[in-house]
Design a protein around this ligand. Sequence first.
Ligand code: NAD
Length: 485
Amino acid sequence: MTAVKLSIIGAGSAAFSLRLVGDICKTKGLSGSLVSLMDIDKDRLNAVYMLAKKYAEELGADIKFETTINVEESIKDSHFVVNTALVGGHSYFEKVRQISEKYGYYRGIDSQEFNMVSDYYTISNYNQLKFMWDVAKTIEKFSPKAWLLQAANPVFEITNLITRNIPINMVGICHGHHGVDQIIEALGLEKDKVEWQVAGVNHGIWLTKFLYQGKDAYPLIEEWFEKELINFKPTNPFDDQLAPVAKDMYEFYGKMPIGDTVRNGSWKYHYDLETKKKWFGEPWGGVDSEIGWNWYQDRQAEIALTMQKVAKYFQDNPKAKLLSKETHQQIISFAKNEVKEEFADEIYKILDPERKSGEQHILLANALLNNEKVDLVLNLPNKGTIPGIADDVAVEIPVYADKNGIHHYKLDPQVPERIKKMYLIPRIMRMEWALEAFLTGDRRVLEEFLIRDPRTKSYDQVVKVVDEILALPENEEMRKHYNKK
Ligand code: NAD
């Protein structure tokens, strides 16, 4: 057994941290490990710590936990650092969105062509990018052999920023490819008879291979669209994998967009709420509309609060068991109506000793440490995998990992030319602009983003919105950075 230290930065994101902790406890090869939970929010941190410790005890897993509010302390001597922190939290995004909308930028200046995901800011997110940069630098200094597993967004921009500029082991990780499972389920296929491949960039991946029992299964998707789309009614705002927007993107690009890619189409699907409703379904118009995002925010807040109540329950009742029926009932009673059944189920899925979470972080750590080969979909420099895209652009592609590292699979078939020319290259260009702005501190690059935005009617509009965002108290460092030139 290899005793290792894993650091989770931003560990207060309870649902995510528990998934990781659950996977660690269920992975024999990680027995004896120390997990360092780091966050600046002590209440959230303590709730996760309490639940993680309890869970490991009940499972009989030999895992130790520590908490810290100090990044360096957490990273020091770590073998793996999972970064899931969100600097400024969701409330910062809301402030920026409100300012932007005042100046005519529906859903905010950071909602851009091929990047409409509401917590994936690239223009006004200086503090987040700077934090990720500092974490990578801290790894370089204190644990130069450690792997940085980047979970926090914007994964695409951050992975490029770090892999190009800081010499550490780093990979971007997202679970968007699970969208393929939704298609498999909707079509009623047996999962182990499906062979699939996705490729592209983070939140811009495409189903380039889809075989069932060795035969092309795309006709089954087309048949589903023909027969079932008419009855499409999303069950929640995230239910978009087979929404009208996905069909329309498929018809234009020639392959199915997968996971968050469906949220990341062109303006055609995002001009306003009515447009979003048309393409993503009623009543929400997808998760990135004002209605859908409120739904998500309310749930996230509710889940965080419920986690804290559950942790407090164990503090007051130390003999209570996490995996008992009584606790299940408690969780249901702590949560509000909209969240409770589903949330309690979700918690018990995470805690189920027989099931892993589906997140890739711990599978990757185990493969690298213990040579247990595993197939994954990860973000790392292209190095020729998708021809026509520069070697140093981080792409999201199928790979396998073992003790010798992460190895790219050869794509077969390749990504179609139209996807490259009409989707990937324009998206990559915007990543380059975001990095150019961040690395140079040249405010004109931020402005240029907006000058090229179809919502902009005058340069005055650009100056005003950038000024007001820079004037936010939490943007002091950003303001100085962009006032250099
Ligand atoms: P959240 O705000 O609920 O949690 C983030 C945590 O970061 C909080 O506990 C907060 O206290 C902490 N934090 C903030 N500043 C910090 C700092 N300076 N140091 C340490 N911790 C700090 O956010 P969330 O909704 O859980 O999302 C977290 C991130 O993960 C976001 O960027 C989101 O977009 C991303 N995300 C990624 C995936 C993926 O598959 N890669 C999936 C979902 C969400």
